[in-house]
Ligand binder design. Structure first.
Ligand code: CA
Length: 364
């Protein structure tokens, strides 16, 4: 009798100690001050109201407000509303604002290797980029690259494969590119110059007028949806694909390191998962808007849609490889990311060849 009483006490004390452990766990969680609110600012590189991209950044902010029950609010400013569009990275780095939305190749002047985290000519599409960034070590490398700037990056959207651009004449051979004045920024522009073209830098707001007035002979922009919205079909009739220079541009969320560290764990988890959700959401919306706009452009009598000739694409590819290798040879940081990117891309290409590419190549 006495023995079983002792057993009962022992059992009870185990139950009680389990209870107190549970209590202390919930006490730790309760240590997050749910009355504390965080009111942040986000600046973007997009024009005010820019469809899909600026809208997506705003939806991301709305979702965080809803999921955090208003504990984290993010006021989103378009490019130029608070600071100039291309100062977004610096503003986040310096902590002037807590968040930014843009694309990593905008900072190529400061961080050349960042381009691999948005897009490079003849690089990976959205599918490969997501696999690399989320699961293939890409995101860790990206965070390492931005660490000296006190910036934490997250993928937040993708344009999908862009279009090759609008041309005021047909492109039948490499000779047709010689001396051609085209608005094509970044690495694509460098490659275009190597092919004998004349790349021109123009802000989005100037593109239509320049093409319409023949100040330039050609321009790339994004894809059917945004291109149609800018009215480019009224300024040139030859619309080329594929967008060899931007095969799946990743958009980025940047967060100031100190601001991130100040967030409790639950709000960090909300931001991180809202970013992953919006990454898919923006890409899907872009694909849908593009497939609808392509149909509308096809129905316009003055629009001619062409594929770039094979030899033109092959030469641009060769010149891209040369450009990347030359840059890597002179820049150890660029070389490190280039090697990681290439190693993943090789495996990704081998898999794509017998999965998505092989499937899509079936005559339907
Ligand atoms: Ca573009």
């Amino acid at each position: 009798m006495k023995h079983s009483f002792i057993l009962l006490i022992a059992a009870l004390s185990i139950v009680l100690s389990a209870c107190s452990q549970e209590e202390s766990t919930s006490n730790t969680q309760a240590a997050i001050d749910t009355n504390k609110t965080y009111n942040w600012k986000m600046v973007t590189t997009w024009p005010p109201g820019f469809p899909v991209l600026q809208e997506g950044a705003e939806r991301f902010s709305d979702n965080i407000k809803a999921m955090s029950n208003g504990r984290l609010t993010i006021k989103v400013y378009a490019g130029g509303e608070l600071i100039p569009a291309l100062q977004t990275f610096d503003a986040v780095s310096q902590g002037t604002v807590e968040m930014g939305h843009g694309s990593a190749y905008y900072w190529a002047g400061k961080v050349p290797e960042a381009q691999f985290f948005s897009t490079v000519p003849f690089g990976m599409t959205a599918r490969g980029m997501n696999a690399w960034l989320y699961d293939g070590g890409g995101l860790e490398l990206w965070r390492e690259v931005y660490k000296p700037f006190h910036v934490i990056p997250f993928p937040l959207g993708n344009t999908g494969v862009q279009m090759g651009g609008w041309f005021n004449k047909e492109i039948n051979s490499l000779d047709d590119l010689k001396g051609l004045k085209m608005r094509i920024p970044g690495l694509g522009g460098k490659v275009f110059a190597k092919a004998g073209g004349n790349p021109v830098l123009l802000a989005g707001s100037e593109v239509y007028t320049a093409l319409e007035r023949n100040t330039i002979d050609a321009t790339e922009w994004i894809g059917p949806f945004h291109d149609q919205r800018l009215g480019l079909y009224r300024a040139a009739e030859h619309y080329y694909y594929p967008g060899w220079h931007e095969p799946g541009t990743v958009l980025e969320l940047t967060v100031n390191q100190r601001a991130w560290d100040s967030l409790p764990a639950d709000l960090q988890a909300i931001v991180s998962n809202a970013a992953t959700a919006e990454n898919l959401r923006m890409f899907s919306e872009m694909e849908h808007k593009n497939l609808s706009a392509l149909q509308e452009l096809k129905d316009r009598p003055n629009v001619q849609i062409h594929r770039f000739p094979d030899d033109v694409l092959a030469t641009l590819k060769k010149l891209t490889d040369e450009t990347l290798m030359e840059t890597a040879a002179n820049d150890a940081k660029f070389e490190k990311v280039y090697n990681a990117y290439q190693a993943f891309r090789k495996k990704n290409d081998a898999w794509s060849d017998i999965s998505e590419n092989a499937y899509l190549a079936i005559e339907k």
